[in-house]
Write a protein that binds this ligand. Structure first.
Ligand code: ASP
Length: 315
């Protein structure tokens, strides 16, 4: 069999531990360029990165845009609203249209699981999954690993409580896999209705008690994802906050607190925690830039990430 030439980042499952560590090391090397007066590097000059976003985004889209620009690539953004997607164009036809411009990388966010796989099958570009439904968000997981490693100095054996709406969270799924990949120890904390059944089969612990936060080094707070809830999963948001909201009383000295954003202040996280010295939320945003630079750099210049075989049909 001939060696595959296209590499993608469709899920954390595409990564080996060596891949993840190489990407974090590359991100760290690239981070040095952020402190220079002239921040642009010539590495990806003449390359085209297309950002195809079918769901709203602040951090992921802006950081992919800036990451590509900082590496001197050309960039295009296509959002579902205001494009021919509004007129009923299928994802496949949109992908084929974009493919006519010969993009080197297509970064896609889509509400349907498997949409990035479809684009990977329909075009010759390297594809990066920037979030598909409640399935995967691999670059978020990598930036979270980077943030933890920079803050604590290690990943092996780090204890992380991921608290809240795990059921609807692609961030949680990707992060659990990524933490396990690098030897960290995740525990999922939340009410039974917001934890997927048999999730512990992944190899993580599960707790329904907020007291579990006391045992960990990192408290990772998830957003209540109302847009993915077809029915009520908690009696009321007020009750959820009383039982699982991350308040100053529930954070012990020495712990760090993370949140992928956007935060629902006063729901899953108390503003006094979000704005405290324990919060790594802004560091996560900065990590997002350098980690996405590293992913683009790695896909386009270095051997590494495995090819995922596209399998799914998405309308
Ligand atoms: N921004 C993250 C995502 O797109 C987390 C969230 O929306 O809660 O999945």
């Amino acid at each position: 069999m001939s060696e595959p030439t296209r590499r993608h980042l469709l899920g954390v499952g595409d990564l080996t531990r060596a891949d993840a560590e190489r990407l974090l090391d590359t991100a760290r090397a690239l981070e040095r360029s952020l402190d220079r007066e002239v921040k642009k590097l010539p590495t990806l000059r003449g390359r085209l990165v297309v950002n195809l976003f079918y769901e709203s985004s602040t951090r992921t889209l802006s950081s992919f845009e800036l990451a590509a620009k900082r590496l001197s690539a050309d960039t295009m953004v296509l959002r579902a609203s205001g494009s021919s997607v509004d007129k009923g164009e299928s994802l496949r036809d949109t992908a084929l249209t974009l493919a006519a411009y010969d993009p080197d990388v297509i970064v896609i966010r889509h509400p349907h699981i498997g949409a990035p796989h479809l684009v990977a099958g329909a075009t010759a570009a390297h594809v990066v999954n920037a979030g598909d439904g409640k399935h995967q968000h691999p670059t978020q997981a990598l930036l979270d690993l980077f943030t933890i490693r920079e803050s604590l100095g290690r990943l092996e054996g780090v204890t992380v409580a991921i608290v809240g709406d795990v059921l609807h969270s692609r961030v949680a799924r990707s992060l659990v896999e990524a933490l396990l990949l690098v030897g960290a120890e995740p525990v999922l904390v939340g009410p039974p209705t917001l934890l997927p059944r048999r999730i512990e089969a992944l190899g993580c612990d599960v707790s329904h008690s907020i007291d579990a936060l006391g045992d960990v080094e990192v408290v990772y707070v998830l957003r209540m994802q109302a847009e993915r809830m077809e029915s009520a999963y908690v009696p009321s948001l007020r009750e959820y906050t009383a039982l699982y909201g991350v308040t100053p009383e529930r954070v012990r000295p020495g712990q760090v607190v993370m949140h992928p954003g956007p935060m629902n202040r006063g729901v899953e996280i108390d503003p006094r925690v979000a704005d405290s010295g324990a919060s790594l939320v802004t560091a996560q945003v900065r990590s997002g830039l350098v980690v996405r630079m590293a992913v683009l750099y790695d896909l386009l210049t270095a051997p590494g990430l495995r090819v995922a075989v596209p399998v799914m049909e998405v309308a």
